[in-house]
Design a protein around this ligand. Sequence first.
Ligand SMILES: [Zn+2]
Length: 229
Amino acid sequence: MKAHHQNNCPILATHEKYNEAVYFLFKTMEAYHSPEEFRFNLNAFIQAFRNITFMLQSESVKPSNFERWYSQKQLEMSGDKLMRAFVVARNVIVKQSMLATRSTIRAGLFRGRDMKMAIQLEISPFTPTLCVLGQCIRTMVGTFVDEKHSDIGEQLGVERKWVVEEVGDEEIVGLTIKGMEYIGNLLSEAHALYDFEYEPQDFSSVDMKKMMVFLESDVDPDLPKKWGW
Ligand SMILES: [Zn+2]
């Protein structure tokens, strides 16, 4: 098999669409605590994700065994609950409707990013996590934690979890990663049909806890120093 570079990719349009999906997935993760930005990036991800297979089908040069391989893949994808759910979600977006997103919050005391004590709240999907954390600081300093934060490593924080009903009951970024792993393998197989070796994006280093937990020191990184930690 031939080594793959960006300038010899046999399915460049498809591959670019895959890279676009990766890009928007990372943007979605970065915006986890800013609801509007989160939704915009997630919508862009879902559309790019759907377009990967559209692009693949319309590549102009196809090896002779392509159609047989792809019809097998189509059958497999239509039997896959998650892949079907992404198609539904994409159709909701392009019909200019909004996805049914839900946000749950657990707010309280954290050691590092591990939750020690928290209360659970259903909040509006439009509320930025920063507002919830501000509320926590106003009500929990003095009970959950002393003002000086004298227990080193312990501070207030908020764990947020996004669920998109059309895609599934589990946390959405985890589901998008599963979807991307599936499509990454498909992309790799597609390259192999053209006799190219391609390793898809590795998502194993994504730190879900770092993404979902928003701490006082994320707002102001100088706080630990001020607390004398
Ligand atoms: Zn490629």
